[in-house]
Design a protein around this ligand. Structure first.
Ligand code: HEC
Ligand code: HEC
Ligand SMILES: [Ca+2]
Ligand SMILES: [Ca+2]
Ligand SMILES: [Ca+2]
Length: 461
């Protein structure tokens, strides 16, 4: 009996893999995808041009459209050194002088090929806390982020660069590939930098559709968490919990590569401060405060809450580009493969938002973000070995995949992953490890034709 069972299992698994490799009929690997949902619900926009990520959500009222336009101006403006009647407060140390300098056309930043300016990449730093292994502490003299630029007469904290390492691999059908791994280096320190400090390099992600992600209820997000992998599918998924500067409490994190920010207001407050050196009421001390670069000016806060609110609103109110060529049979097949090989376990294809705390146009929308907003162990290859809130050094938040196919149309590049190392969508998949190892291996076992169909699907969303 036992032998017959074993044989049956073997035969079934052979049939399964042969069916997959030969890509027979469309129905063989599951039901047809539900195409009644639009990418961003009522905020969806039809856009395939280089401005595809810059279109306001079409379902806002007049007042919200006005706020959006004011936020747009702030997002694109170049801030200047104080004192200045408008757009002042930059520095004395900063990373870039404008939000749009990193979030190019609201898309992601390209991986910097020249190290003279690292563009949209920044470095977070911290020290392990000897009294609490779950905690980190700011690096004395540096805080939690490295400011690589400075205003006239001031020294920046350090220089960020990288050394590229190349890793070869082969897929099941013999196709060879090479992945590029940047090993980031901090140098030219203005003062002692402890050797045991931990560093995490991160690239600027796209900023559209984020108001919708903010409107997903905590209960909804937590319903997918499975920290102890009770259903034994090899995928855990944990929520991050981080300190919230406004409510002075610990809250669920959902923004940033490690879900290290609670909401878009706080994310914007922190971006103004750590990325541009601009203080606001909730974070009233420049990154240079009590450091050598401190200008000792008593002009803080440099912007008010309303300015932060408008810039945050801009990121809450951009339309999401529609899924294109939905009815193309190859794309439908690629979408089925996406589900079949387990991509959907983390890149969740359909979620309904709840009531947004402030803006109704984001509420109760059925959306296709392709994220669960949870943390996953992605293996050694992607690890930054630096904890962030409750996220450990191996974990990353599943990034949304909506709009991914327009990355090169908008930004002229196809760099992906937390530090922009992947040079195209396929490399991003091949970097997957840890909880996503099984899914990655299944990808490498697909026939070339099936891989192309899966990529065609990803380029259509
Ligand atoms: C130096 C480049 C840089 C500048 C300048 C910058 N950002 Fe960012 N931004 C980033 C990076 C890198 C991340 C990811 C941070 C992380 O993972 O912790 C990010 C994350 C974000 C996110 C969260 C996106 C998500 O999907 O979770 C928002 C929103 C955002 N930035 C808005 C802004 C705004 C508003 C400004 C201007 C006030 C700004 N950024 C300025 C680099 C930058
Ligand atoms: C266990 C959860 C998980 C599974 C399964 C998974 N992913 Fe991911 N995916 C992630 C996480 C987390 C990242 C971010 C990793 C990083 O930046 O270091 C990511 C990143 C990506 C990116 C890059 C997105 C960007 O904006 O940089 C693409 C593309 C992608 N995944 C596609 C896929 C495909 C296709 C599959 C199925 C073969 C898949 N993923 C399976 C969790 C997962
Ligand atoms: Ca300042
Ligand atoms: Ca600093
Ligand atoms: Ca599980």
């Amino acid at each position: 009996m036992l032998n017959i069972k074993v044989v049956t299992v073997i035969i079934l698994s052979i049939i399964g893999s042969v069916g997959l490799l030969n890509s027979c009929s469309y129905d063989e690997i599951g039901n047809s995808p539900d195409h009644s949902i639009s990418a961003g619900g009522a905020t969806t926009v039809d856009a395939v041009f280089s401005n595809a990520f810059q279109i306001p959500a079409p379902n806002m009222d007049e007042n919200q459209n006005l706020m959006h336009r004011k936020g747009d101006v702030l997002f694109e403006s170049i801030f200047v050194t104080p004192p200045s009647p408008v757009l002042g407060g930059l520095g004395p140390i900063f990373v870039q002088n404008s939000c749009a300098n990193c979030h190019k056309k609201n898309g992601s930043a390209a991986f910097p090929l020249s190290m003279i300016d690292m563009g949209g990449i920044l470095a977070r730093v911290s020290l392990p806390d000897p009294s609490n292994p779950d905690n980190t502490i700011p690096v004395p003299g540096y805080g939690t982020q490295i400011q690589t630029k400075s205003t006239f007469g001031i020294i920046p904290e350090a220089k960020l660069s990288y050394l590229m390492e190349y890793i070869n691999g082969t897929m099941e059908d013999g196709t060879k590939y090479t992945l590029a791994k940047p090993n980031f280096i901090l140098s030219d320190f203005y003062t002692d930098f402890p050797a045991h400090a931990q560093m995490s390099a991160r690239i600027a992600p796209p900023i559209f559709g984020l108001g919708l992600l903010e409107a997903i209820s905590e209960k909804n997000i937590l319903s997918r968490a499975d920290p102890d992998d009770i259903n034994h599918d090899g995928i855990s998924g944990r929520a991050n919990y981080v300190y919230d500067i406004r409510t002075n409490s610990v809250r669920l994190g959902r923004f940033g590569w490690k879900a290290n920010q609670t909401d878009l207001y706080n994310q914007t407050t922190q971006a103004f401060l750590e990325d541009m050196g601009i203080t606001s009421p909730y974070l009233p001390h420049d990154p240079a405060f009590r450091q050598l670069q401190d200008d000792k000016k008593v002009d803080d806060p440099e912007i008010d809450n309303e300015t932060v609110r408008l810039a945050a609103f801009y990121t809450q109110s951009l339309g999401v580009p529609a899924h294109r060529d939905k009815d193309n049979p190859d794309i439908i097949y690629g979408e089925k493969l996406f589900h079949y090989i387990g991509c959907q376990s983390c890149h969740v294809s359909s979620i309904t938002t709840s009531q947004h705390p402030e803006y109704d146009f984001l509420s109760n929308q059925k959306i296709q973000p392709y994220t669960d907003l949870l943390l996953h162990d992605m293996g050694e290859g992607l690890a930054d070995h630096r904890p962030d809130g409750k996220a450990n050094g191996f974990e990353w938040r599943t990034p949304p995949l909506w709009g991914i196919g327009l990355t090169d149309v908008v930004g002229g590049h196809s760099n992906f992953l937390h530090d922009g190392r992947a040079r195209n969508i396929e490399e991003a998949i091949l970097w997957h490890g840890g909880e996503a190892e099984k899914s990655k291996v299944q990808y490498t076992k697909l026939s070339k034709r099936d891989r192309e169909k899966l990529l065609l699907f990803l380029r259509s969303i």
